[in-house]
Ligand binder design. Structure first.
Ligand code: MN
Length: 228
């Protein structure tokens, strides 16, 4: 056992449906503009330009079901996404081999301080201040792929206070999950514990304190998150 000079940070462990074991998180990658209708609503051409990614921090993932409204923003948006959890990784993974690295899937939210992200975009600066803030990625229980099978199609949706806001189908992803894994593995070494947020369908919009978000996807049930 090495002797650490300060208290060691805790491993982030996410709940797994039907298990007492936790999924330990290593890295979090998020893809941008991966559903055509969302790319259009954000003012971009949905043509298949190369994918792009940003990162959140492992401890931004929060399974508690509450989302504290963050400081320094008055325009915090919901983005419902399917999170893909990896059980193994590597570099230069072929598209055909990519799905063998999947441990499971979970419902998640890529909560975004849109006003801060917009200001960073205008200045050509990184997005972290808009994306990678505390508890910015609420996440539901992980469903192992051994239970769900591979998820490449199926409805995905979000309601706020019971009103439908986002609706799409996983088959509308511009870059499919195996393509994302393969692409990322050309630029980074992927490994067990990595999480990929696979993009959001159209209909993103603001939430307020007191709102209740319910996110759902076929095969993953639903998960409720209270804005506090
Ligand atoms: Mn997103």
């Amino acid at each position: 056992m090495p002797d650490y000079a300060i208290q060691t940070p805790p491993v982030v462990g996410l709940p797994i449906a039907g298990s007492d074991a936790l999924f330990p998180v290593r890295r979090v990658y998020c893809i941008g503009r991966n559903y055509a209708a969302h790319a259009i609503e954000m003012g971009h051409d949905p043509d298949r330009e190369p994918p792009f990614f940003f990162q959140k921090n492992p401890n931004n993932l929060d399974p508690s079901g509450t989302f504290p409204y963050p400081p320094h923003s008055s325009d915090v948006h919901h983005e419902v996404e399917v999170a893909v959890m990896l059980k193994s990784g590597g570099t230069d993974i072929a598209i055909g081999d990519a799905e063998s690295h999947i441990f499971g899937y979970a419902l998640s939210l890529d909560m975004t301080r849109r006003d801060l992200q917009g200001a960073q975009k205008k200045m050509g600066r990184p997005w972290e201040i808009g994306k990678a803030f505390e508890r910015s990625a609420p996440v539901g229980p992980i469903h192992p792929v051994t239970e769900t099978g591979l998820l490449n199609a199926g409805a995905i949706s979000l309601t706020v206070n019971g009103e439908i806001r986002q609706e799409g189908d996983m088959n509308q992803m511009i870059w499919k999950v195996p393509e994302m894994i393969s692409y990322l593995s050309e630029y980074f070494e992927l490994a067990a514990g990595d999480v990929i947020l696979s993009g959001t369908p159209a209909g993103v919009g603001p939430v307020e304190k007191g709102d209740t978000m319910e996110i759902s996807a076929e095969g993953l049930g639903s998960f409720t998150v209270a804005v506090v």
